[in-house]
Design a protein around this ligand. Structure first.
Ligand code: OXD
Ligand code: MN
Length: 592
């Protein structure tokens, strides 16, 4: 029985707007979830997959015009435009409520409204924040049950408080022209309409745990970041934790679930996954920075996931998983995607649910010809991950030794470098960037600046966000050291030089050795760079000269980058802190 009057009156108000035929409260029980799965299968919203090969797994197809996050239709609605900043789209809150109100009006007629009480973080912990999502999609309910902690215990923990994030989602007509993902950070509210794609409709994830949470973090003195969290276990059993931010398509989930190379595994090194996408960070009583993963599952990109790139992810999605927009193997009633193996199914439906002949696949035109959409996903439970950290459910989180930023750069960034201070590290994060690859449409090698990988996810002005980072640094007596990595340097023929994947562990070990103060480094114009001999290359088909090459600082391309950074800071505008300009000027001077 729900007694919280704030919740009851809000649900009533939203129901009066959307007019559902009925309202169902999600209680988190397996019985209710199972009944919803059966209902979704009976209407064709989901397909039950082969119970022997993929127990508890389902397949879902989104509308073909609705397969990814829509940054151009994502808005931050603060009362003052300046507070949303120049990088975000902004709409006046009153105008937005009115505009979307019209789209919601009567949109749930003939449908059911599901009320999902959920927690980001462990219910009752200091880190936890609560949300309620109203949705007319069973698919959303079933995904939220995997991605967050859902149930009546959330309402009990909330008590009579109105301190929760109010999320309203309606599929409406899935009309692209009227698709909106809107955030009202001053009202703890998220409104999403006309989409059914995960990143736009699982409101606990990007909308709450990053955009709204980053706003709350600034107000309350903590940080919400687009970061994976992993633990490196040493042969003596000690575990050190790293959090790392990468733009999309840089292998975040793979790094989070890394398997060390044979030589290190034999010595007893292990890696444990705490999270693959989002970290909430707070200063602990011991003066260290502590992190939790506020999610409870993984919403990972399927294509490219295989036995070599990420066996742990593959294993994680063998049961209790919802697959979205992958290829359906009709003979086996299983799933397939490009990059899984070299055996595409002969009798299959593609991500659009049309008959598919794998021989028509053209790499240059993936969206049209692939079996699985390039952004097809698996929604899988964290507890099914073989390398899940035993601290995953620790309400206190894990202490972070190193923060790592990364990008995809063909030349500019070396394999790894370390910042010289928190302020310099904040600068390094602020200039993060990735170059577009031939795999994506548009020009190759165009630099997209993506500060801290938060460009699409900061719920306020980017300059204020940098200032928040600087302030946090002043309040963390034992702050993590800050690093930058680049797995993607290429040779003259455009081939990747560094092997990547599990071998990235070799770089993580150098990073942690720096945090422990047990290894030396060379100070360069951009920061501390390893001495080549300190990167362990045992068992690798790579010479120390190649490592030297990977660690070299290409002064000319950095000078070009400085110009690009200046333009980007100018675009962010006047709230970029003076300290960032100081760091930029110092870098320019050091480059000569
Ligand atoms: C994601 C993203 O889906 O960053 O995690 O785009
Ligand atoms: Mn992400």
């Amino acid at each position: 029985m729900v007694t919280n009057k704030h919740v009851l009156s809000w649900v009533e108000e939203m129901a009066a707007l959307t007019c559902p035929d009925k309202i169902v409260w999600i209680d988190g029980t397996e019985e209710q979830a199972e009944a919803l799965r059966a209902e979704a299968c009976s209407t064709g919203e989901m397909i039950k997959l082969n119970e022997e090969k993929l127990p508890g797994c389902y397949l879902h197809h989104t509308a073909i015009n609705d397969v990814a996050r829509v940054e151009h239709r994502t808005f931050i609605c603060t009362s003052k435009k300046e507070d949303a900043g120049t990088i975000n789209n902004w709409m006046d809150p009153a105008e937005c409520y009115e505009k979307l109100g019209k789209l919601y009006k009567g949109s749930m007629k003939g449908r059911t409204m599901y009320v999902i009480p959920y927690s980001m973080g462990i219910v009752g912990s200091d880190f936890a924040k609560y949300g309620i999502e109203l949705t007319d999609s069973i698919y959303v309910v079933l995904n939220m049950l995997i991605m967050t902690r859902v149930g009546t215990n959330v309402l009990e923990a909330l008590g009579d408080s109105d301190d929760y994030i109010k999320g309203l989602h309606a599929k409406a007509d899935l009309d692209e022209e009227n698709r909106y993902i809107c955030h009202f950070p001053e009202d703890n509210t998220i409104w999403s309409v006309n989409s059914g794609y995960g990143g736009n409709v699982l409101l606990g994830k990007k909308c709450f745990a990053l955009r709204i949470a980053s706003y709350l973090g600034r107000k309350e003195g903590w940080m919400a970041e687009h970061m994976l969290i992993l633990g490196v276990e040493y042969p003596n059993g000690e575990v050190k934790y790293i959090s790392a931010a990468f733009p999309s398509a840089c292998g975040k989930t793979n790094l989070a679930m890394l398997i060390p190379p044979e030589v290190l595994k034999k010595e007893g090194y292990k890696v444990w996954c705490v999270g693959d996408d989002i970290a909430w960070l707070r200063v602990g009583a011991d003066g260290r920075l502590w992190a939790v993963n506020p999610e409870n599952g993984f919403f990972g990109v399927a294509p490219g996931t295989n036995e070599k790139s990420n066996p742990n992810a593959l294993y994680t999605c063998l049961k209790d998983t919802i697959f979205t927009n992958v290829c359906h193997n009709l003979d086996e009633n299983t799933v397939w995607w490009e990059g899984l193996d070299n055996n595409p199914p002969a009798n299959a439906k593609n991500w659009r649910n049309e008959d598919w002949d794998y021989r028509t696949y053209d790499k240059a035109n993936k969206v049209q010809t692939a079996g699985a959409h390039p952004n097809s996903r698996f929604t899988a439970k964290a507890i099914n991950c073989p390398c899940l950290s035993k601290e995953f459910n620790n309400p206190a989180g894990v202490p972070i030794s190193a923060i790592v930023f990364g990008g995809r750069r063909a030349k500019t960034a070396p394999l790894v470098y370390q910042s010289t201070s928190w302020q310099h590290g904040t600068f390094v994060g602020s200039i993060m960037a990735s170059e577009t690859t031939a795999a994506a449409a548009g020009a190759v090698g165009v630099v997209r600046r993506d500060p801290m990988a938060m460009r699409p996810f900061t719920g306020y002005d980017m300059g204020d966000y940098f200032a928040h980072w600087l302030n946090m640094g002043k309040n963390i007596p034992n702050a993590p050291k800050i690093f930058h990595v680049n797995w993607f340097r290429t040779d003259a023929e455009g081939n990747f030089i560094w092997p990547g994947f599990g071998d990235n562990m070799r770089v993580l070990l150098w990073i942690l050795a720096r945090c422990e103060g047990t290894v030396d480094a060379d100070l360069t114009a951009i920061g501390y760079v390893p001495k080549a001999e300190d990167i362990n290359i045992e068992g690798l088909d790579i010479t120390i000269d190649t490592i030297r090459d990977l660690l070299s600082v290409d002064v000319e391309s950095w000078k070009e980058d400085v110009e690009n950074i200046k333009a980007f800071y100018a675009q962010i505008g006047e709230r970029v802190p003076a300290e960032m300009y100081e760091e930029l000027a110092a870098l320019e001077a050091r480059l000569g």
